[in-house]
Ligand binder design. Structure first.
Ligand code: BMA
Length: 339
């Protein structure tokens, strides 16, 4: 883990790793298949810039149920291979966890079960169930191995907790309960289930005027990296303002603690704004000190965040990829620590 941490530090000094959720799992018009022998890893980004993203995001939602595929239909067996490939090739591996609601049995977005957290913490009626869920998560995380060692993974659970769309956030919880859930989960993973291949990321959503970035912060001992998720909802002014304002706070809070920080999710769905990468995003993230920026997934022509061949921003992505700070895989893999 120290090695990954050092690499992230070195990356943040050079620029930021351009990353994408499910970059190699699927894209527009294709899906990874383990049946195809010797298939080169595919990625929409690769088709355009002749290089893979420097970071690869995955989502573990569904592992808690013992499912064989995640909530976005990626088989966990494929995910494991793709994570190992990413690591072998010198890329970063990040994982979010859109876990279900343990009390109602619904999804992450099911906020109908009131006060879920106290019921799954120690002493709660659903605690044993939650323990089983964390055990399944732990088993998977430990099973992602290269040379018989679990690979280092940047883990970003319970994200966007300042919003109220997930059962673990906003109006559905108290900050105290959220913090307890985070800490209990970390302790369970680390001390009970022996998971030692994670760096933990705290990642609120874009700050609303009343929001305090630190409100749900579980404490320095339970967090390795600070982050934030901000999307452009076709409101450039608002997006740019939020990036400037929020990243400044993230940077400040991280630097006070000597921690790394990142732009943990962003994007413009359908990429319908000319020169979005070079003119809107880049000027606002250059020189900020973030270690990576993660674009969301390329699922369908109505839900994608990186250009694919012939898409409007194809050339803009090429231009963006040539900037010194935008680190794709070939650059990220050169950044090594001395052993
Ligand atoms: C959301 C959307 C959903 C998806 C979820 C988890 O932002 O992309 O379609 O299920 O992330 O990946």
């Amino acid at each position: 883990m120290q090695n990954l941490h050092k690499r992230l530090f070195l990356i943040s000094k050079k620029g930021f790793a351009i990353s994408q959720q499910d970059a190699t799992s699927y894209g527009i018009g294709w899906k990874y298949s383990s049946d195809l022998k010797d298939i080169e890893l595919k990625s929409d980004v690769y088709e355009i810039v002749n290089d893979y993203p420097g970071g690869f995001g995955f989502d573990l939602g569904g592992i808690e149920h013992g499912n064989t595929i995640n909530l976005d239909t990626v088989p966990f067996n494929d995910m494991r291979k793709l994570m190992v490939e990413a690591y072998k090739n010198g890329g970063l591996v990040t994982a979010s966890w859109h876990l279900g609601n343990p009390v109602t049995g619904g999804s992450s977005w099911d906020t109908s079960g009131t006060n879920v957290i106290p019921q799954i913490l120690k002493g709660g009626a659903f605690h044993e169930k939650y323990r089983t869920w964390v055990k399944r998560l732990a088993d998977f995380l430990k099973s992602v191995q290269y040379n018989n060692e679990p690979i280092p993974i940047i883990f970003r659970p319970f994200h966007e907790m300042n919003g109220s769309w997930f059962w673990w956030g906003g109006e559905n919880v108290t900050a105290i309960d959220y913090i307890k859930l985070w800490r209990e989960t970390v302790v369970m993973l680390r001390d009970e289930y022996n998971v030692h291949n994670l760096l933990y990321v705290y990642s609120p959503n874009k700050l609303e005027p009343q929001d305090d970035y630190m409100k749900y912060y579980p404490a320095d001992a339970y967090v390795d990296i600070l982050g934030i998720d901000i999307y452009d909802f076709y409101n450039t002014e608002d997006y740019v303002k939020a990036i400037k304002h929020d990243l400044k706070i993230v940077k400040e809070k991280a630097e006070e603690r000597k921690k790394l920080y990142a732009f943990t999710e962003t994007g413009l769905e359908k990429l319908n704004t000319e020169n979005w990468f070079t003119e809107i995003l880049y000027p606002n993230i250059k020189n900020t000190g973030i270690a990576w920026v993660l674009f969301w997934r390329n699922y369908t022509v109505n839900h994608f965040y990186m250009p694919y061949k012939t898409q409007l921003l194809e050339n803009d992505l090429i231009k963006f990829s040539k900037y010194p700070e935008t680190l794709f895989l070939k650059e990220v893999q050169q950044i090594k620590t001395k052993k």
